[in-house]
Design a protein around this ligand. Sequence first.
Ligand SMILES: [Zn+2]
Length: 314
Amino acid sequence: MPNISKGTKVAGEVAEEHRSSAFYRVKTMVMKDGEGPWYVRIITPFDQMPSADTHMFCETKPKPPEYKGSNWQKAMFAVCQNDRMFEILDANDKRTGVYEDGYGDCYVHNRDRGKIREGKFPRDKSLPDWQTYALAVVREPVLDQATGRVRGYKDAEDEFKAEDGTLKKIPKFVILSQKHRNFWSGLEAALFDGGSLAARDIRVTRKENDYSFAVADPDPALYPGSAAWARYTDALELTGYDLDEEILKWASPDWYKRWFIEGAVPEGGYGGDEEAAEETAAGTADVGAARPDPAAVSDFAARLQEARSGASSS
Ligand SMILES: [Zn+2]
């Protein structure tokens, strides 16, 4: 069994070292410089966030003849098959250097070693990034009609096609795939009182590669264990979605066969356009940023600061 690295504490330690469901597709939230702000409720607790070496923008193989869709991706990410989670541990939980079957000889590593990725910081293309993952729900500010002020947040909606074909409305889940050093460490710092993450709405803004966070007061109604929270746990049960499974899928021999290994065909084939569109969504889809009135946003920020200075002086 893979030993997925869990927790932002581990993510931080490993980030230091690195300094030198089948039916319901959860998209990765793309936060581009110059867009946003984004509002999220983060579901995965800090100490349960999985981390993995991830090849972020890998060239895919040429469109295979068996692929019947029209939307073959030129780049896709993959969880590295040399990640420590696939290394067999001895009886004392020490790493052995021996990997589970099918792992430890990462195809992308072997293929891209020695090639240079151009850009602001050129480096060897085969080097993975240590990404930390979390499940979140997209939130939307609710504005007071009269004053234009933000008076709360609500879930963005998604649809899930149940096995009997009926469409069910569920909260819109997204995956956050981010680095500890420029994202998660900042969010930990923003929770200055060590308070619970899941009880708060969080506003994320991005400037170049720096993210900043505004953290709302704990929600008196929506927090893990509350009656309102059941809509998240119910939706995850309904869809059968599991973040750990997703990450294992992105490292699987099938994922590598599908996207990278020329001549190899994934078990079950490539599927048609519909499935291709879903894979696209898994890889690169944009999640539209909520854009409330800028005045309302600065008002929110001001009130947040007020609340904070009140909290720190008491
Ligand atoms: Zn690799």
